[in-house]
Design a protein around this ligand. Structure first.
Ligand code: ZN
Length: 176
């Protein structure tokens, strides 16, 4: 299958992570930019694949990306296929795009006005389990340092604060 394209985007090397998707021209807010396509699979198959991704990420941190999206109660889309150009969109803690599911199709929408040349990104929406496996280097001013959905940021901040306090205690003890 031919890779998906859109008049709005180009694929280039990204400073954030491997390849990225960039605006080919100014993109107005709310533009439907590109469809996130993939293989339609059952929930059961999806769970199996998610487990494999987690296992691989323990062995190789670079392979920790999750490309599974829920489209309805029975099916998910696995976007980890060569023809899914949208899989190159990176995560950002201050994203300029968002994902919308419409009639079992996944679309990338502009969350704000995007200037030509800007890299596109969205909130991957990862939960907080194993957050340490998904370091974020998106470069946003508000970057949390980990790829975790914004809804878990308060929890994440608490976890990080706790960890820091623990490390401080340890350091003090070591000094004796
Ligand atoms: Zn970030």
């Amino acid at each position: 299958m031919e890779p998906t394209t859109s008049e709005w985007i180009i694929v280039k090397t990204s400073k954030v992570h491997n390849k990225g998707i960039f605006a080919a021209k100014d993109i107005p807010k709310k533009t439907k930019i590109i469809e996130y396509v993939g293989e339609r699979i059952t929930k059961r198959e999806s769970e199996i694949r998610a487990d494999i991704v987690i296992e691989n990420s323990i062995k190789d941190k670079k392979k920790g990306a999750v490309y599974l999206f829920e489209i309805n109660k029975r099916y998910d889309i696995d976007g980890n296929v060569e023809y899914n150009t949208a899989r190159f969109i990176n995560h950002c803690c201050d994203p300029n795009c968002e994902i919308e599911i419409e009639d079992e199709h996944i679309w990338v929408y502009a969350l704000k006005d995007i200037k030509k040349g800007e890299e596109l990104n969205y909130d991957y929406g990862y939960d907080i389990d194993n957050y340490e496996d998904h370091k974020c280097c998106c470069g946003a001013k508000n970057c949390k340092g980990y790829i975790v959905s914004q809804e878990y940021w308060p929890k994440l901040e608490k976890k990080i604060a706790k960890k820091k306090a623990k490390e401080k205690k340890k350091a003090l003890r070591a000094k004796g």
